[in-house]
Ligand binder design. Structure first.
Ligand SMILES: Cc1cc2nc3c(=O)[nH]c(=O)nc-3n(C[C@H](O)[C@H](O)[C@H](O)COP(=O)(O)OP(=O)(O)OC[C@H]3O[C@@H](n4cnc5c(N)ncnc54)[C@H](O)[C@@H]3O)c2cc1C
Length: 325
């Protein structure tokens, strides 16, 4: 049963921040948060509704940045003409996430900050490391959907499709709290278990994500995103990848390759990025980069099958990004 809580409608970012704290949580679309209340993972004294704050639902292209409000829904991102044209991997990631009903309510800010779906973490029967216990049950247990990188302490996979794409675009977020505003690169927003096993991001309690800033692409930037799940709808990815490329003179000049559902954070495949630079964008290069992307994987007892799946996903995504080049 959900414990009783107070509900308040925030009038502004400052009003929301004033009402947040250890015992109060912000609510955007509520898709993840309400699940957590039902699962007994959280029992806040107060929920602060962010959807009543005006001005957090816009997408603006200005001065070298795409500025996305945290309350923009995944559906709105998937449909936005400029995002589809110039930030294709982000539109595709939003379009592939969850279901049409969920995408209509789920916000991009909430998507980035949702908590992991690991069934041991979500179940009140298991007091796992991430909940302050002393065991990661996935290490010896049912780990077929768990991490293949950085999994020795806690084997969650980062759940956010938007995080995968936005990390590939080298986006940053603006966070605002009682002590003011700060900008955080997506590469620094998410926390590895070695750093803090009880949180997935560096936001402090009471800090709000107020904006997402994506650098404007050049004329030769192309991107793509691929998700593979066990079934096509209502499903979380087994493997996903976002690729952002810049080409010139017949070769790749810049490359950003990020894997989702691979590690506790969006996983930058630096090996694949290195392989791509200076090479012509073709099947041979894509295969070599895909092979580099899975080097160093440390699969658990039941998820080694993810390695060839990731290899295929990375190869396809590089080639899909290259089609527009
Ligand atoms: C069946 C199903 C399938 C799914 N499949 C996918 C999938 O394939 N890919 C994927 O990425 N997701 C998937 N999801 C997850 C879903 O997309 C997320 O739960 C949703 O995006 C969360 O957004 P929200 O606005 O509802 O966030 P909320 O539930 O409102 O919030 C999530 C968290 O973020 C915090 N928060 C929200 N906004 C802010 C803010 N502005 N500042 C600070 N903190 C904030 C909240 O306190 C909470 O802790 C799936 C969900 C379901 C139920």
């Amino acid at each position: 049963m959900i414990a009783r809580f107070e509900w308040t409608n925030a009038r502004s970012v400052e009003d929301a921040i004033g009402q947040l704290g250890d015992k109060a949580l912000p609510k955007a679309g509520g898709i993840d948060l309400m699940d957590r209340l039902k699962e007994g993972l959280d029992a806040p004294a107060r929920l602060v509704n962010l959807r009543t704050i005006p001005g957090l639902e816009s997408v603006l292209e200005e001065s070298g940045w795409l500025r996305i409000g945290p309350l923009v829904t995944l559906a709105a991102i998937a449909e936005h003409a400029a995002i589809r044209r110039s930030y294709t991997a982000l539109a595709e990631a939003a379009l592939e996430a969850a279901t049409p009903q969920i995408r209509n309510a789920a916000t991009v800010g909430g998507n980035l900050l949702q908590r992991p779906r690991c069934w041991y973490f979500r179940s009140d029967q298991f007091d796992c490391l991430r909940k302050g216990g002393d065991t990661c049950f996935a290490q010896e247990g049912e780990n077929e959907f768990h991490a293949i990188f950085d999994n020795s302490n806690c084997a969650i996979v980062h759940p956010s499709a938007a995080a995968c794409a936005l990390t590939a675009f080298r986006a940053k977020v603006v966070a605002q709290g009682k002590n003011g505003k700060r900008e955080i690169a997506l590469d620094d927003l998410f926390v590895r278990p070695e750093t803090d096993i009880t949180s997935e991001n560096v936001l402090t309690p009471g800090e709000l994500l107020t904006e997402i800033l994506v650098p404007a692409p050049s004329d030769v930037t192309r991107s793509a995103y691929t998700k593979v799940g066990q079934k096509q709808s209502f499903d979380w990815p087994i493997a996903e990848a976002a690729v952002v490329l810049e080409t010139g003179g017949g070769v790749v000049r810049k490359a950003s390759v990020v894997l989702g559902a691979a590690a506790p954070v969006p996983w930058r495949a630096t090996g694949a990025e290195k392989v791509l630079i200076g090479k012509p964008l073709n099947e041979v290069t894509a295969r070599a980069a895909a092979s580099a992307a899975v080097q160093g994987a440390t699969p658990l007892s039941r998820n080694a099958y993810k390695i060839p799946v990731f290899e295929a996903v990375v190869r396809r995504t590089i080639l899909a990004a290259g089609q527009g080049a």
